[in-house]
Design a protein around this ligand. Structure first.
Ligand code: ZN
Ligand code: ZN
Length: 555
């Protein structure tokens, strides 16, 4: 099939934009953009024009004309292929974000070293864009909103992005159909960090449901016997399974289990329809209750067969804010504001951990500023007692695994969090040697976001979790569960192994604003999936326990 003018024009537009991002010859960039403009306005298809005439079309010229002929003959534009080959896919994808032109993308990529849309979104949350020329707070907010809209239209969602939407639908359903069986099920109920759809089990007749959703301007995508698929304004698909009342809890149970969990369950137990609660299903099986977030790994079935499962950590079990940034580095609020917000919200202490000196992009603290901050914290502590601010730092783990300050400076902190922020593209070998060196450092108390992953946007560097956790056990290092919904790092799947090794976890918000404290909510949801209890969570320590933890330096 002949290549259309539209496709040819788009190729030249993309070429000109990518060249602009790479900072190439402005004259050439302009000529490609102008050619695209002219091609767009042609009334005749280029494929229908005799080849020799293409070279003399106004606004195109012989050199670009030859490239057009090449596209018509081979379907390819070699300089475009070449430049795509040397541009990270995530950078090319940024061109789809409205308000982000080639010049800004160039700054984002070359100066901020950001290579994907998700990373860029995260950088907005850390207020990193505002430090660069041409990016004010308004631009930053615009970019963040556009990206979040863009990401939402891609089919996978962070739990946090759709939580409010799903809960509001659920609430409306409960109000519209009072007294009827309606329950959330599936991945949302299991609190999985990434979701593709939300699902419900209900006894409300399908006709009533479609009526309800049409009234709310939703689209009914599919209607099969017993199953309805609805698409909402957020593009998230909503699935409803309509069941008779006597199989409601039975189906609710089944659809709230992972495949592996359900397989193991059916090997061992028979689920009899007619149960009047999920609890009854477990009673009939003769084992202790397993809450939905734990119905992932079948290992919980045998655990629940032996003893009641321990109470999972709750938001209210978190007693202090560990890992937070103030306006001394890349946070938005000053330490006093952050401390007062803690007090208002019932937290007993704040571990302020700004960025260290080599995090220049985040206005990391020089040794002088560390000293200054400590004086300021002493003064605040005198005023705000019994509330307490601990002096911490999120120290960069340098390329060779060393921390960012000399030992005498590290010794002035109550608590050092060590994190990797630079040169994230590493082999497992390199990542492990870097992390293990940092874990062995006598001043490291918490390993921050251990893999550097950003969900749906950056895989994180490869690590050997077992070796990492074993090292943390040997060197008494706490592993952070970074509660930011795009991080949730460490992965909850490793919590049980960490607990077996007696390693403490710490659910930390990594807050860059006061509003960031709320992320503790997502951290605890993920921690519950790993079976974490308050006893094994550092941020659940009382102020007294925390003071003892801090004063007990590592052996
Ligand atoms: Zn960090
Ligand atoms: Zn941080």
């Amino acid at each position: 099939m002949a290549v259309s003018n539209e496709v040819i024009a788009e190729s030249f537009t993309l070429l000109s934009k990518l060249m602009d991002i790479h900072g190439e010859n402005p004259f050439k960039i302009k000529s490609y953009a102008a050619a695209a403009f002219s091609i767009d306005r042609l009334t005749e298809e280029l494929s229908a024009i005799p080849r020799e005439k293409i070279l003399s079309i106004r606004g195109i010229g012989p050199s670009i004309g030859k490239q057009i002929i090449g596209i018509l003959d081979t379907g390819e534009l070699p300089p475009l292929l070449e430049i795509i080959g040397k541009t990270p896919p995530g950078v090319i994808e940024m061109l789809r974000i409205k308000g982000l032109g080639p010049k800004k993308i160039s700054t984002v990529w070359k100066e901020m070293e950001i290579e994907s849309i998700g990373e860029l979104m995260y950088a907005c949350n850390e207020n990193r864009l505002m430090l660069y020329k041409g990016f004010g707070e308004k631009t930053q907010n615009n970019i963040r909103d556009t990206i979040s809209f863009y990401l939402r239209s891609q089919g996978s969602y962070l739990f946090a992005e759709v939580e409010g939407f799903v809960l509001s639908i659920h609430k409306k359903l409960r109000e519209t159909f009072p007294g009827q069986h309606i329950a959330m099920s599936g991945a949302f109920r299991r609190q999985l960090e990434i979701l593709n759809q939300a699902s419900w089990i209900t006894c409300v007749p399908a006709g009533d449901l479609t009526g309800f959703f049409k009234e709310q301007n939703f689209t009914v995508e599919e209607e099969k016997p017993g199953v309805l698929l609805i698409s909402g304004s957020e593009n998230m698909k909503l699935q409803f399974e309509v069941v008779p009342p006597d199989s409601f809890y039975y189906r609710l149970f089944e659809t709230s289990c992972s495949e592996a969990f359900l397989e193991k369950w059916t090997e061992t137990y028979q689920t009899i329809p007619g149960a009047d609660s999920e609890e009854m299903i477990f009673r009939q099986a003769g084992i202790h209750f397993i809450p939905a977030p734990l119905r992932e790994d079948p290992v919980w079935i045998s655990k629940a067969g032996k003893a009641p499962l321990p109470a999972l950590i709750q938001f209210s079990d978190v007693k202090g804010i560990i890992h937070s940034h103030s306006n001394w580095s890349d946070g938005l609020h000053n330490i006093e504001e952050m401390a007062k917000a803690c007090i208002e919200q019932g937290f007993k202490y704040l571990v302020i951990s700004d960025h260290s000196k080599s995090a220049f992009y985040a206005n990391g603290l020089s040794e002088d500023r560390v000293r200054e901050q400590h004086h300021y914290v002493d003064e605040l502590n005198a005023r705000l007692a019994p509330f307490h601010i601990f002096k911490s730092i999120e120290s960069d783990i340098l390329n060779d695994g060393r921390l960012d300050y000399s030992d005498p400076v590290l010794a002035t902190f109550d608590l050092v969090i060590a994190s990797v922020h630079s040169n994230l593209k590493m082999s497992e070998e390199k990542a492990m040697s870097r992390l293990l060196t940092a874990i062995e450092n006598p001043y490291t108390r918490i390993l921050g976001h251990p893999t550097g992953r950003l969900l749906l946007s950056r895989a994180g560097y490869p690590v050997d979790h077992r070796v990492l956790i074993d090292a943390c056990a040997t060197h008494q290092v706490v592993i952070e569960l970074n509660a930011h919904p795009r991080r949730l790092d460490m992965d909850w799947r490793w919590i049980q192994y960490a607990l077996e090794k007696n390693v403490l976890i710490s659910v930390d918000p990594d807050a860059h604003t006061i509003a960031g404290y709320h992320d503790i909510h997502y951290g605890t949801l993920a921690a519950q999936k790993g079976g974490l209890t308050a006893t094994h969570n550092l941020s659940s320590f009382s102020l007294k326990q925390m003071k003892a933890f801090v004063s007990k330096r590592k052996a």
